[in-house]
Write a protein of this length. Structure first.
Length: 111
């Protein structure tokens, strides 16, 4: 067998990948949406989500990274908060919104 130089990564990629993606990767929320699928809110859920968003906006700018998911009367909070007390404040605000029966805490404390 003749000695051949090993192929470079770029050469292997060109031979095996029809259209390289250029390094683009979806965001975390895009991956979640792709995995779980998109679910449109009905009118009542949208109104509840709007009330929750207003309560969080009134709660201060520390809550701007909190994302709200509404399914019937159950609310899931996701995102980054600066401290456990900020997360507890977000849960307290959302729990006080008329129409919220339960709150699932998926908040992450970002250092």
């Amino acid at each position: 067998m003749p000695n051949r130089a090993p192929k470079s990564y770029d050469q292997i990629t060109r031979e095996t990948v029809p259209e390289p993606d250029g390094g683009w990767r979806p965001s975390d929320s895009q991956e979640i949406q792709a995995f779980e699928g998109f679910r449109a809110l009905d009118r009542d859920e949208q109104q509840l989500a709007d009330r929750i968003d207003a309560a969080l906006a009134a709660g201060g700018r520390d809550l701007k990274h909190v994302q709200v998911e509404v399914e019937r009367n159950q609310v899931t909070l996701r995102g980054d908060v600066k401290s456990a007390s900020v997360g507890a404040h977000a849960i307290e605000l959302v729990s006080g919104v008329d129409g919220v029966h339960s709150v699932i805490d998926r908040l992450v404390i970002a250092w």
